[in-house]
Design a protein around this ligand. Structure first.
Ligand SMILES: [Zn+2]
Ligand SMILES: [Zn+2]
Length: 344
């Protein structure tokens, strides 16, 4: 039986490289993919450090690779295809998939909805028919990998907020997801984009990705209210996952505006709605990464035409077998790290 050197959860807060068995032949609806590029995501840290996910689980849910083998029922792909994979899996036929909400597919319900093992030499994709997209020859792995996760989340945060052309947007935190929301706000026609960030490297990246103004977190509410003549923004995106940031996002949203929350509040068992004047008359929405073949193909079209370029998010490059060290670097935010490219 072939094996794959893969990063696995070794215990609470710990990961390690381990050879795990892979099937010779994928099962029904599955594809076996050989990884050419992977990365570490903020959700990985939540899974390893906070969630009761058992030890031994193969880690990683963002990858580009080459299809090695397909199982029965997979007709859209064949061995040799270069593909990018959705972080969340979908069947394409259940009612949620049919209504266009494949991120909450009923066939692959949590916790089986997440792609696992993408931080390995090989990994299996369930629901391969609708959870992968072919990568155009003109695009590099580094250009497309984020369409399966953070780029789709960033666009989802802006799209689901109902952004109108010319709207004013504030985006709290410019980590990888926040920067993708900034890119999306520009691509989708925001009028004024205000980014909230305190780390100098991330402030610079926010400007590069489309922010008009960057403000410090500790003066964000005051600055944003002043910049909007004390009216507030049309859309505020929370991309950090902290109570204080959520409250600030509510505080700078105008009456009738939208608070779009995509941060993962992993460390907070409850999130409290602020009631002192900033809760009423706002729309509060949350977004789970929209996924599926069609979604990824459309985002790749934006990249292919040069409308957006997510490549600068890769600040570091490491070998796939160094993935545990990449977790440490990512967790500690060493050296201005945003995303780490992991290659076999
Ligand atoms: Zn992720
Ligand atoms: Zn489904």
């Amino acid at each position: 039986m072939p094996t794959s050197l893969t990063c696995v959860k070794a215990g609470q807060g710990q990961v390690a490289m381990q050879n795990i068995p892979m099937p010779d032949q994928p099962g029904p609806g599955q594809a076996l993919v050989r990884t050419t590029l992977s990365t570490v995501c903020g959700s990985d840290i939540h899974i390893v450090d906070e969630l009761p996910v058992p030890a031994g689980v193969p880690m990683g849910h963002e990858a580009v690779g080459v299809v090695e083998a397909i199982g029965p029922g997979v007709t859209a792909f064949r061995p040799g295809d270069r593909v990018v994979v959705s972080c969340l899996l979908s069947c394409g036929v259940c009612v949620r998939c049919q209504e266009g909400n494949s991120q909450v597919c009923q066939t692959f319900a949590a916790p089986n909805n997440l792609l696992f093992g993408a931080q390995g030499q090989y990994f299996l994709v369930n629901g391969a028919q609708t959870s992968m997209a072919k990568v155009p020859d003109s695009l590099e792995d580094e250009q497309v990998i984020f369409v399966g996760d953070i780029l789709s989340t960033g666009f989802g945060a802006i799209e689901r907020a109902g952004l109108r052309t010319g709207d004013t947007v504030a985006i709290f935190a410019q980590g990888p997801v926040g920067l993708c929301a900034t890119m999306a706000a520009r691509a989708l026609g925001a009028g004024l984009i205000i980014a909230v960030e305190g780390i100098p490297e991330r402030q610079a990246m926010a400007k590069r990705m489309g922010a008009d103004i960057v403000v410090e977190p500790n003066e964000a509410v005051q600055r944003i209210m002043a910049l909007t003549n004390n009216v507030g923004v049309d859309v505020a995106v929370e991309a950090l996952g902290h109570q204080a940031t959520f409250e600030n996002a509510c505080a700078v949203t105008r009456w009738g505006g939208t608070v779009s929350s995509v941060g993962v509040y992993g460390a907070f068992p409850t999130l409290t709605l602020p009631t002192t004047g900033t809760f009423l008359h706002r729309r509060i929405i949350t977004t789970l990464c929209p996924v599926g073949t069609d979604r990824m193909e459309r985002l790749m079209r934006l990249i292919e035409r040069g409308r957006i370029d997510p490549r600068p998010l890769f600040t570091h490059h490491m070998k796939l077998e160094e993935t545990p060290a990449a977790y440490e670097r990512f967790r500690k935010r060493e050296g201005g790290v945003l995303k780490i490219a992991l290659r076999p």
